[in-house]
Design a protein around this ligand. Structure first.
Ligand code: DQA
Length: 147
């Protein structure tokens, strides 16, 4: 099985960015951790981060027919991007939305997500652990027998 991990804007700054909110783990370390978890599950995981909305849309398009599921921390685009929503729905690839912080415990503008209502599930508020939980949830969803 092949899966794609997408990280949106400013997540390349993890480790130094608002550590009280996002923790001290770098994105490289989070990705390494997730790659190990994926390997243990016999899953091929590709990781992609961009600060550009269009680059994320392009990467989702490239994933069509290539991956069975997507893990996405869209960063601030979660709250603004109809384009990312359309790309995910257009690609028709099941996805899990994830966040390091609990977006519902923060500013009002972070409470709405353009992605959440069509996601397999949402994981928010567990720091770097959100990535692991999201992978576990997506795999459980993809591996369940077809209804
Ligand atoms: C975030 C939450 C978003 O509101 C914020 O814009 C981010 C990070 C998180 O992982 O907690 O960039 O997605």
């Amino acid at each position: 099985m092949r899966l794609l991990l997408l990280n949106g804007p400013n997540l390349n700054l993890l480790g130094q960015r608002e550590p009280g909110v996002y923790g001290v783990m770098t994105l490289k370390a989070i990705e390494a951790d997730l790659l190990a978890q994926a390997e243990a599950e016999a899953v091929q995981l590709e990781c992609f981060q961009s600060n550009f909305e269009g680059a994320l849309v392009d990467r989702i398009h490239q994933a069509i027919g290539q991956v069975q599921g997507i893990l996405i921390n869209a960063g601030a685009y979660t709250h603004t991007s109809i384009a990312l929503r359309d790309a995910l729905l257009g690609a028709a690839i099941p996805y899990v939305e994830l966040h390091l912080s609990n977006t519902h415990a923060r500013e009002g503008f972070r409470h709405h997500s353009y992605l959440a209502d069509r996601a397999v599930g949402v994981v928010s508020g567990f720091g770097a652990l959100s990535y692991r939980l999201a992978l576990e949830g997506l795999l459980a969803h993809l591996r369940q027998p077809q209804q």
